[in-house]
Design a protein around this ligand. Structure first.
Ligand code: NAD
Ligand code: LMR
Length: 331
């Protein structure tokens, strides 16, 4: 018997990430080749944006995707989040050259209050939320606080793009295929303070810190490249990453929906329980496993090298200061 469709809300659906993401959801790459979807597409109430969204919807129709069971195009929050099972919160302003992601906090933060409330009030009981719009950790925190009746575990933000970036960089340096780099681990904020933990990442089964003997590169160029990759793309392309971000989100959600293979993890920003020195209640990137039934856990018992510990303290400090900036949105 075929599965009944799930409802997936995508905000900012006519934007660059939305454009790259929607065909991948509708073709089954996020929720599985046997899972029909109804796409609930939110844009701002602006004639140009809604017109662009109607064009995106025409293209989706023109693909005749077997799994696409319906589409809702709206600028109304209640309609967008009605009965939704997955809310993918992308819609927000991207940064431009010379900006840090948290320069967006004042303009983007308030968006996540209204959306969090609408999810709380109108989404399906099993709703899950993934935040991409920057600064994504703090925006997820805002949405989580606004959705007062939902368990905090329902909220995540995306460092999967950073994980994928780090994996490729390590593979290039080690001269192996990226599939031979496993358990690539990002701690902290999706920002220039994020911590790509090469000690707990493996290459052909051994720590990347041993497989790559150039410690200066690991602590220097590797760190900087991963931390600054978003800015490098903006400088080169004149626009922020789009299809790699959409790809990161496909990976993020697919790996939350399916059970994590034994012995592995993925980097996901979730609410901290105080593990690894990360202040309780912040949304921070951790090594995460899932049971495929909607429950995730932070992997416990990893050893943190002093270099990594110090970097985690700095990224936590940044997350705390972002939380202070948006304190009025967390009430
Ligand atoms: P974009 O400007 O191309 O598209 C954003 C879309 O969101 C626009 O169509 C806009 O009309 C819409 N929008 C704005 N406010 C909205 C609201 N309140 N409700 C609904 N829609 C709204 O931007 P993009 O390149 O798609 O990037 C979107 C966001 O994702 C940015 O904040 C960017 O910084 C972030 N991003 C995050 C990551 C990550 O790894 N976490 C990666 C790339 C981009
Ligand atoms: C990225 O990492 O590419 C995104 O967060 C966009 C940005 O502003 O860097």
């Amino acid at each position: 018997m075929s599965k009944s469709p799930i409802r997936v809300t995508v905000t900012g659906a006519a934007g660059a990430i939305g454009y790259a993401l929607l065909p991948r959801i509708a073709s089954g790459q996020m929720f599985g080749a046997d899972q029909p979807v109804i796409l609930q597409l939110l844009e701002i109430p602006d004639e140009k944006a809604m017109k662009a969204l109607s064009g995106v919807a025409m293209e989706l129709e023109d693909c005749a995707f077997p799994l696409l069971s319906g589409m809702v195009l709206t600028s109304d929050l209640t309609t967008a989040f009605k009965d939704t099972n997955w809310a993918l919160l992308i819609g927000s302003r991207p940064r431009g050259p010379g900006m840090e992601r948290n320069d967006l906090i004042k303009v983007n933060g308030p968006i996540f209050v209204g959306q969090g409330r609408a999810i709380n009030d109108h989404a399906a009981k099993d709703v899950r939320v993934a935040v991409v719009g920057n600064p994504c950790n703090t925006n997820a925190l805002i949405a989580m606080h606004a959705a007062k009746d939902l368990p905090r575990q329902r909220f995540s933000a995306m460092t999967r793009l950073d994980q994928n970036r780090a994996q490729s960089q390590l593979a290039g340096k080690a001269g192996v295929h990226s599939s031979e780099v496993k358990n690539t681990l990002i701690w902290g904020n999706h920002s220039a303070t994020q911590v790509p933990d090469f000690y707990n990442t493996t290459i052909r089964g051994q720590s990347a810190s041993k497989a790559i003997t150039d410690e200066a590169w690991l602590k220097g160029d590797f760190f900087k490249t991963v931390q600054q990759r978003g800015a490098a793309i903006i400088a080169a392309r004149g626009a922020s990453s789009a299809f790699s971000a959409a790809n990161g989100l496909v990976d993020h959600v697919r790996d939350l929906v399916n059970p994590t293979p034994k012995g592995s993890w993925n980097s996901v920003c979730v609410v901290s329980d105080g593990s690894y020195g990360v202040t309780e209640g912040l949304i921070s990137s951790f090594p995460v496993t899932t049971d495929g039934k909607g429950n995730w856990e932070i992997v416990k018992g990893l050893t943190l090298q002093p270099f990594i510990q110090e970097k985690i303290a700095a990224t936590v400090k940044e997350l705390e200061s972002e939380r202070t900036v948006v304190a009025d949105l967390l009430k």
